[in-house]
Design a protein around this ligand. Structure first.
Ligand code: C2E
Ligand code: MG
Ligand code: MG
Length: 767
């Protein structure tokens, strides 16, 4: 209802009614023709009635107005309450600025935003402006003035910082509207304010995160719960070669390199499910097919309900790292001057060798080489030349010992050599000698010809020590020993080994020298027929006519010759000599049925013996039937199948075969039966006890019976007494050998004993 209009209408109606009443009521009363007295009474009643009516009207008007006012107030207060509830629920404050009075109203929620009590901002702008951040003042003023000058009633929004009671600044977002008066002039501004500090911070964080996401060197990949790629960053593209368009919607399995098995991925997924994350090294494949290593962190992202919503993988390409790691590793383990392994790597290798040796029951050796008087070179020719010399030494040693051994420069002029497979002290001594020989040739450095000697310390493991520290200590003290016992030599950690090995090594070179300088001799020992007591053959036995030591028996040098490999040459030499001698005897009409020659088990196992024998027979012209080869029982039985084949080839040549030292090995009767041999030579250790030792008697009897049952002749070795001869004859032994009949002696010395063809008492038919 329009209040001014209805008031006007009401007033008009009242004025009209009252006017009519005043104008005509008296005439109506007069027309009644009443007496004066009556007239006075009627006039009184009429006046009272007028007052009553106007009073009732006034009451009605006032009451209606009051009721309307109350209703309007109620509606207003309802809407105010709602507004204030809504603002307070949104934690928003309200403000109103009267532009005429320049007063400002701040709602309690507004002041609360700044930690102030209601009314804490006063009711003018002054207080408020003091709290506005200095950097925001200009911007705020400008936008305000613009709005006022435009008199725009559009809603507006502005953000600024206000100082909180705790002296921190809070970001406030103000939304409001300018209200105009009836003339269209700005009258007041009203609006709400809310604290958006958290939102601003969140936005800042998001902006920073986005910048990091784009700028980071790490590849980032985001997939949804079903592992479809939903996001990746530029680094991802740079590392993998896949652009965002190519990869979005794909699955990360596209990047698989195939280098990991299913178990790897199973454990990755298990970690993601159970721990919510996984970190580790993964090999992936780039778009161009190249496989590369990456360090990857994968995290699971869950939504408010705890359901997996995304997976985020952050990874870095560690190809370069790996490369530099291996370069670093190389640098850490190698000596930059010589490029050889350094002490660290050498120690590690020794440690591994010790473990491996223990496991495989193998022996090894560590050799420490120290250049003699190297200091002098440094001092006289300068360190640069010294360094070059060390480099050259390293290079020369590397060429010599490449392969199965580890050669290292341990520092200064010290080199180490690890040989994991060094069964004996002689072998180690041989290595040391090889080292010394290798360094004995001069080095040419910067046009200087330099001779540099060296000393070598040797420690054997596991004999000397069973841990790396001990081995290295031992080899050090061995080196010290080598240095102090006159340089240019080697020494073992164990003194007795040094002596022993030295002798052995010297012996080998002396033996080689002996072979080259004809110091070996062949002696011949008679082999007798027990029944006829006639010499039927001779055994060729080698001797060494040593210039200082005199005649050296084979027992002292054959084992060394076997170890050093010289035995082949020695046996061939003896075989040749013996065959020539036999041919000579035959030419001189001596009636020997055969010459027996020993063949080393080493040579025998090599399998080329038959061709060598054939060669000698061809060279010397000896009829193969006059040659008997003696091989030891152990040589035959060590590898019976190969031995059988070789013996058959030898037999095919026409030579005779005897098993030497029979009874000392472990013959299998089944095998023995198949061996194409002619003779068993019963070892002298059984003959020695004859005729009194009953065990030896029993063994001798058994061997004779065995030999005969296999169709073989039996010879007894080492006969020194007549009783032995008689017993053996009694037991049915065929042949005999021993000092009783004659010692090994030079061919010339044997001449007197040799039977001549025409005086032979027994037929010379082959046995
Ligand atoms: P073997 O083949 O069993 O030779 C017999 C050894 O017994 C010879 O020792 C011989 O001197 C010795 N002997 C012979 N009769 C008696 C005796 O009545 N009493 C004693 N106590 N000993 C006697 P030798 O010449 O010292 O040879 C030892 C071993 O050296 C030989 O044993 C043989 O296995 C090996 N040998 C000798 N010469 C050669 C050779 O040219 N090549 C090869 N590979 N080995 C050879
Ligand atoms: Mg022999
Ligand atoms: Mg023998």
């Amino acid at each position: 209802m329009n209040v001014p209009h209805s008031a006007r209408r009401l007033t008009l109606a009242y004025t009209l009614a009252a006017g009519l009443w005043v104008a005509f009521s008296d005439s109506v009363v007069a027309a009644l023709g009443l007496s004066l007295e009556q007239l006075e009474s009627v006039q009184l009643i009429k006046g009272l009635l007028f007052v009553l009516l106007t009073g009732v009207l006034l009451y009605w008007v006032l009451r209606t107005y009051q009721q309307q006012q109350q209703r309007a107030n109620l509606v207003l207060s309802d809407s105010e309450t709602r507004l204030s509830r809504a603002l307070s629920a949104a934690r928003d404050g309200m403000w109103e600025w009267d532009l005429h009075t320049r007063t400002v109203f701040f709602s309690p929620d507004y002041t609360n935003l700044l930690g102030l009590p209601p009314g804490g901002l006063g009711n003018d702008q002054e207080n408020w402006l003091q709290r506005l951040h200095p950097d925001d003042r200009e911007h705020f003023q400008r936008s305000l003035e613009q709005r006022l000058s435009n008199a725009s009633q559009d809603p507006y929004e502005v953000s600024y910082r206000l100082r909180h009671k705790d002296d921190t600044y809070r970001w406030i977002q103000s939304r409001g509207r300018l209200l105009l008066d009836d003339q269209g002039r700005p009258e007041r501004m009203i609006g709400t304010a809310s604290d958006i500090t958290q939102r601003r911070n969140d936005e800042d964080s998001l902006r920073q995160a986005a910048a990091v996401f784009d700028a980071t060197q790490e590849g980032v990949l985001v997939t949804d719960a079903k592992q479809h790629i939903v996001h990746c960053n530029p680094a991802f593209t740079r590392i993998t070669g896949y652009s965002q368009e190519e990869i979005l919607g794909q699955q990360p399995s596209l990047l698989k390199s195939g280098r990991h098995d299913q178990d790897f991925y199973n454990s990755l997924w298990h970690a993601l499910q159970s721990r919510g994350g996984w970190s580790g090294e993964v090999w992936n494949r780039r778009k161009n097919g190249e496989i590369y290593p990456q360090w990857q962190n994968i995290r699971v992202i869950r939504d408010e309900e705890g359901e997996i919503s995304h997976y985020v993988a952050v990874f870095s390409d560690i190809t370069a790292l790996k490369r530099s790691q291996s370069e670093l590793d190389y640098l850490a383990h190698h000596d930059p001057l010589s490029n050889l392994p350094n002490r660290l790597l050498f120690t590690e290798r020794v440690e591994t060798a010790l473990e491996r040796g223990q496991r495989d029951k193998r022996r090894g050796a560590v050799l420490l080489v120290d250049l003699d008087h190297f200091k002098l070179i440094n001092e006289s020719l300068g360190h640069a030349t010294g360094d070059l010399l060390l480099k050259e030494v390293g290079e020369r040693l590397r060429q010599q010992f490449q392969g199965a051994m580890t050669l290292a420069r341990l520092g200064g002029d010290e080199f180490g050599l690890l040989c994991e497979d060094c069964a004996t002290a002689e072998q180690a001594a041989g290595l040391a000698q090889q080292l010394l020989n290798c360094l004995s040739q001069p080095f040419v450095v910067n046009n200087h010809e330099l001779f540099i000697g060296a000393s070598v310390g040797i420690s054997l493991f596991p004999g000397d020590a069973d841990n790396v520290a001990q081995v290295l200590r031992n080899v050090d003290s061995a080196l010290f020993k080598a240095k102090s016992s006159g340089r240019e030599g080697y020494a073992f950690y164990a003194q007795e080994l040094t002596e022993y090995a030295r002798q052995r090594v010297e012996l080998v070179s002396a033996l080689r020298h002996a072979l080259e300088h004809d110091e070996l001799r062949v002696y011949y020992q008679p082999l007798m027929c027990l029944r006829s007591r006639q010499m039927i053959g001779v055994e060729a036995l080698v001797r060494w006519q040593h210039p200082q030591r005199g005649l050296v028996p084979p027992g002292e040098f054959i084992p060394i010759a076997e170890e050093s490999g010289l035995i082949g040459a020695i046996d061939a030499w003896v075989l040749d000599k013996a065959c020539r001698q036999m041919v000579a005897w035959q030419a001189a009409d001596y009636a020997l049925r055969f010459v027996a020659v020993n063949v080393s088990s080493r040579l025998f196992s090599r399998g080329e013996l038959d061709s060598r024998v054939a060669q000698v027979l061809a060279d010397t012209g000896l009829d193969p039937a006059f040659l008997e080869l003696e091989v030891t029982e152990s040589a035959v039985m060590d590898n019976p199948d190969a031995a059988l084949a070789l013996l058959e080839r030898l037999r095919a040549l026409g030579v005779r075969l005897a098993i030497d030292d029979f009874g000392t090995g472990y013959s299998s009767l089944a095998r023995l039966k198949r061996m194409p041999v002619h003779k068993l030579k019963l070892d002298q250790s059984f003959v020695m006890g004859l005729p009194h030792d009953q065990d030896d008697v029993a063994i001798t009897r058994a061997v004779i019976a065995l030999g005969h049952s296999l169709g073989l002749k039996v010879l007894a070795e080492g006969i020194e007494q007549l009783e032995q001869v008689e017993l053996l004859e009694q037991l049915g032994c065929d042949h005999a050998q021993g000092y009783y009949f004659g010692r090994p002696q030079p061919a010339e010395a044997l001449l007197a004993q040799l039977p001549l063809v025409h005086c032979a008492t027994a037929p010379l038919e082959h046995e």
